[in-house]
Design a protein around this ligand. Structure first.
Ligand SMILES: C[S@@+](CC[C@H](N)C(=O)[O-])C[C@H]1O[C@@H](n2cnc3c(N)ncnc32)[C@H](O)[C@@H]1O
Length: 250
């Protein structure tokens, strides 16, 4: 049975909270690497307290928002540009979280919230779409109260500026890869404006293997993505993986 195989392939000791969820539900709503694993990896280095108000920025199909509300007992504004709030509302209600997860259509570059409204911003697999320009952090951090935090997990290439690309990357280069940055780049990018203190900037330990395992499992139901799988295999964890950054707003 493919469902059983999928559940087995995506149940890992490393991510015990995610293991409780129906992995078919996760795969059916995928938009990138396993979003619940990414949240768990982020929460290893970022702490949320029950009752906090969180912005899940670029939430996609809102699985991370549902997971955050369920697992960490927080209130979540699930904001996304491409996925319609009505679609996310159905998933949120089906998860029994209608009172605590609020779907919003929003452009991260023009957020419709009050200054200092959130205790924290969490962003999974999305921040690199809008957050690589030097001015962006000032916009985003303005919605977080002083002392609050911002945490992201994004696909990352831990490559020194100007370094020559290995052929398995050069041959498959697409512009989107130009937004994959490593911990050193993100630390510098976030520290430069003087608005936040970066507490953690690293690659998720074993993140590349998690990503590969996820893609292999997705293949079981025809939802894999061969270009990423090939790159991850060729790279073997040298440069490519998931970058994790957490900062406190001053
Ligand atoms: C690869 S998907 C990841 C979605 C989800 N967080 C996940 O991990 O499955 C990237 C998401 O970023 C969102 N996004 C891209 N640009 C955005 C913007 N300017 N404002 C808000 N969301 C944006 C897209 O709508 C999309 O859902």
């Amino acid at each position: 049975m493919v469902e059983t195989e999928l559940q087995r392939a995506l149940t890992v000791d490393k991510y015990p909270r995610s293991a409780k969820y129906d992995q078919r539900w996760v795969v059916d709503n995928l938009m990138g690497p396993h979003p619940l694993w990414s949240v768990e990896a982020l929460m290893q280095v970022m702490s949320l307290k029950p009752g906090m108000r969180i912005l899940d920025l670029g939430c996609g199909t809102a699985l991370s928002s549902i997971f955050l509300a369920h697992e960490y007992d927080v209130e979540v504004y699930a904001a996304d540009l491409w996925v319609k709030p009505t679609e996310n509302w159905e998933r949120i209600q089906a998860a029994g979280l209608g009172g605590r997860v609020h779907p919003i259509h929003a452009n991260a570059r023009d957020l419709p919230f009050a200054a200092g409204f959130f205790d924290a911003v969490v962003s999974i697999g999305a921040y690199h779409y809008f957050g690589t320009d030097a001015a962006y952090l000032a916009h985003c951090s303005g919605f977080v109260k002083p002392g609050g935090s911002i945490g992201i997990v994004v696909p990352g290439l831990d490559l020194e500026p100007g370094a020559t690309l290995p052929s398995y990357l050069a041959d498959r280069w697409v512009p989107e890869l130009g937004t994959f940055f490593g911990p050193t780049w993100w630390r510098h990018h976030w520290e430069r404006p003087g608005l936040v203190t970066v507490q953690v900037a690293d690659m998720v330990p074993g993140g590349w293997e998690d990503w590969l395992r996820w893609l292999e499992a997705c293949n079981l139901v025809g939802r894999g993505y061969e270009p990423d799988e090939t790159m991850l295999r060729a790279d073997g964890g040298r440069l490519l993986g998931l970058t994790r950054v957490v900062a406190q707003v001053r």
